[in-house]
Design a protein around this ligand. Structure first.
Ligand code: SAM
Length: 242
């Protein structure tokens, strides 16, 4: 039926498309996408032919209004090039406006690089904070990291291969003893997870320049609170009663 369907697509391995995604892509009236070539390839692989409408959040207001109007009578799927729409990808404005206009909105969840990286890395995951891409410029990057310093959670960043070393250096300067995980090429042939402190990872990637797509994860600040036993022991030591 008419409305907006937010559909996750694979982040590498085409086998990760869900059964629901295939069904709605086959039944919908049109697909709004970032890049018609990328989405065209996916649909061709699935042997589905649909009108493709280019959309991103920078499209002008009028284009967004027209798209939303069409959802009153048509089933419109929103996909991005890979993974979950809205997560460091277009869609936020569209979904926000569609809701305000009373359009029926449904989500078909699936692959998301942030969650795939988090689960593969094996860092603490009871609390995590997704922080998107770090800024390009060194000063802004440092300030962003400083702003996250006190967060008691594993930090998740999207990263690109050419910027990995600069990010590892910035992280290492602030937090030389936090465990880091570099997860790369998730769900693809050369999937990799490498863990260590920034110094070790920098040494590795200086001699093995990274390729492909990367999710970078940083473990939470050390638990610095001493236990009651520790305090008793420290007190006894200080009083010379060891
Ligand atoms: N919406 C997407 C999602 O749900 O994962 C993310 C889109 S964002 C523009 C692209 C970034 O996601 C890449 O730079 C990389 O950091 C990460 N990414 C996407 N696919 C990946 C993969 N197969 N392996 C590792 N990282 C990936």
């Amino acid at each position: 039926s008419a409305g907006l369907y937010i559909v996750a697509t694979p982040i590498g391995n085409l086998g990760d498309i869900t059964l629901r995604a295939v069904e709605i892509l086959s039944r919908c009236d049109a697909v709004a996408c970032e890049d018609t070539r990328v989405t065209g390839k996916l649909l061709k692989h699935l042997e589905i032919a649909k009108p493709l409408w280019r959309y991103d959040d920078h499209s002008d207001e009028k284009a967004r209004e027209r798209l939303i109007e069409s959802m009153r009578s048509k089933a419109v799927v929103l996909v991005s090039d890979a993974g979950t729409p809205l997560v460091s990808d277009p869609g936020y404005r569209l979904v926000n406006d569609a809701r305000r206009e009373g359009i029926a909105v449904t989500v078909l969840p699936g692959a998301c690089a942030a969650i795939a990286g988090l689960t593969l890395a094996g860092l603490p995951n009871d609390r995590f904070l997704f922080a998107g891409f770090l800024p390009n410029k060194a000063k802004a990057r440092r300030e962003t990291l400083e702003g996250l310093a006190a967060i008691d959670a594993t930090l998740i960043f999207y990263e690109t291969a050419p910027r990995l070393l600069a990010s590892l250096e910035a992280i290492g300067t602030l937090w030389p003893y936090r465990e880091i995980a570099v997860t790369r090429e998730l769900t693809k042939l050369h999937e990799e997870c490498r863990r260590g402190l920034s110094a070790g990872l920098i040494a590795w990637y200086e001699t093995h320049p990274p390729k492909g797509e990367i999710v970078l994860l940083v473990s939470p600040p050390e638990e610095e609170q001493a236990s009651a036993d520790d305090i008793d022991r420290m007190l006894a030591e200080a009083l010379g009663r060891t």
